[in-house]
Write a protein that binds this ligand. Structure first.
Ligand SMILES: [Zn+2]
Length: 486
């Protein structure tokens, strides 16, 4: 179909998934999100799972007269979002953590993940991958599971759904019943080698938090990643308790501790970095270390908001992460901007707070860089994997349009994502998988989740929402009963 083949009434035949079945696609979207902003009159050629050409529509059509172009009126073709920090094995817990005080990993996540068998792990990961894709993420960086079942199960779920996944292998060598350092190092090397060159799974090494690894392990895991072109992940400076434990144990804050072991560097991605001193910001900048900025995690369970605008101004590399809170990329953009505005912008009269584009950039191109995937994904550019979204622009909220990037940050919604592609293949169509039965997965999850949560030694301290309300109503009633009448 060519632009002139629109019907007389000006309508275009409804798109169906079948339209995207070819290996080679010459796409003519209304707009394309490029690094400099949204561009019109562009064409995008996808071939062999990659973007082959991106450029002026007329030139591409003239260069490829034998290809049948696919007109996509009213659609924005944009890079898939990068979730720079996720826990794919926690999806069976989700709202169990709402209202809980900060260190939920100790009371909920470690017990839950520790009790997942291979089937539950697979269900949990596949569910998380589906949620990520529905939310517009084509890549998720998994921080490493604490579960004992094979990582291959997680990788399998990513492959089945089509989610690009950076897969962390946990190298903790302190605390609990851990193998010796030599065994962990050999397993880490095997992990890096086994997944090298895979089309969707990118191996990574991780230490949950610096205090659960020896200095030698922190240094070696980071060095193995640097040598192998992988990223080394850890959580730092998220909670006051952890910062204080580190100060008491060794007189250093967690980021200073990492720096002292030699574990900071361009290969390292630290999650959170919310409680950072100006000196620690300099460490991040000077070592080229990347940060996963997780604004929803701050709101739901944090002690602070990472100074992301300050990081941007200092040239500190960062991506946006969900930390497994909510796999909704557009809401993550909104949360990123809002968090900076409330935590910093209001107090300094910074009405710009990133100017809209900054959040899109850090959720795509810069997020891929933080995840160790620049040159692989994160932009609509020749040579990169064709990981992209088709977003419906013909909605009331974005009409009329005056500033598309900022509209994407503040107005866009998950239900506008018509199609999700990774490696040039259609994975989701209007929120549901193109080639597998997601509703059957949901039925299986509903049947299995109850027993899994029941079996796990989870300790919750906050009641469910309904029980919380009932408790409040009861206490008010009791107080009224005690009040003097008159
Ligand atoms: Zn995390």
């Amino acid at each position: 179909m060519t632009p002139s083949s629109r019907t007389r009434a000006g309508t275009t035949p409804a798109l169906t998934p079948a339209a995207f079945a070819d290996e080679t696609l010459l796409l003519l979207p209304e707009e394309v999100l490029l690094e400099g902003g949204c561009a019109r009159d562009q064409a995008v050629l996808v071939a062999g799972g990659r973007f082959a050409e991106v450029g002026d529509r007329r030139e591409l059509l003239a260069r490829h007269p034998r290809l049948t172009p696919l007109e996509l009126p009213g659609k924005l073709l944009m890079p898939g979002f990068i979730d720079a920090h996720h826990h794919l094995t926690q999806s069976l817990g989700k709202s169990l953590v709402f209202g809980e005080p900060s260190e939920i990993f100790k009371r909920i996540w470690v017990p839950l993940e520790g009790s997942l068998d291979e089937r539950l792990l697979r269900l949990s990961t596949k569910l998380a991958a589906l949620e990520a894709l529905r939310g517009g993420f084509t890549t998720a960086v998994d921080a490493g599971t604490r579960a004992s079942a094979e990582l291959a199960g997680i990788a399998g779920a990513a492959e089945e759904t089509g989610l690009r996944c950076v897969l962390g292998f946990i190298c903790n060598d302190l605390g609990g019943d851990r193998p010796d350092g030599g065994t962990i190092r050999r397993a880490a090397e095997r992990h890096l080698a086994d997944w090298a060159g895979h089309s969707l799974v990118h191996p990574s090494l991780a230490v949950s938090i610096p205090e659960v690894a020896s200095d030698a392990m922190l240094r070696d895991a980071a060095a193995l990643c640097a040598e192998g072109g992988a990223i080394f992940q850890t959580h730092v400076n998220e909670h006051l308790q952890a910062v204080e434990r580190s100060l008491v144990a060794r007189g250093q804050r967690p980021l200073e501790h990492l720096h002292a072991t030699g574990a900071l560097g361009p290969q390292t991605l630290v999650a959170h970095a919310t409680l950072v001193t100006p000196w620690e910001l300099n460490l991040l900048r000077d070592t080229g270390t990347a940060v996963a900025f997780n604004p929803v995690a701050s709101a739901w369970k944090g002690n602070a908001v990472a100074p992301a605008l300050q990081m941007a101004a200092q040239g500190i590399r960062f991506g946006l992460g969900t930390d497994g809170t909510r796999s909704d990329a557009f809401r993550l953009l909104d949360a990123a901007e809002t968090s900076q505005r409330l935590a910093f912008g209001l107090a300094s009269g910074d009405s710009s707070c990133g100017g809209g584009w900054l959040w899109l950039d850090h959720a795509t191109r810069a997020g891929a860089d933080a995840a160790g995937l620049s040159g692989v994904t994160g932009a609509i550019a020749p040579g990169l994997a064709a990981d992209f979204l088709l977003v419906d622009l013909e909605v009331p909220e974005m009409t009329p349009s005056w500033d598309r990037p900022w509209e994407l940050v503040r107005y866009a919604n998950r239900d506008q994502i018509d199609a999700v592609f990774t490696n040039g293949r259609l994975r989701l169509w209007q929120g549901w998988p193109a080639d597998w039965d997601a509703r059957a997965l949901l039925r299986e999850v509903r049947e299995a989740a109850g027993a899994a949560v029941e079996r796990a030694p989870i300790q919750r301290v906050h009641p469910t929402s309904t029980a919380h309300r009932a408790r409040l109503v009861e206490s008010r009633r009791a107080a009224a009963g005690r009040a003097p009448h008159g």
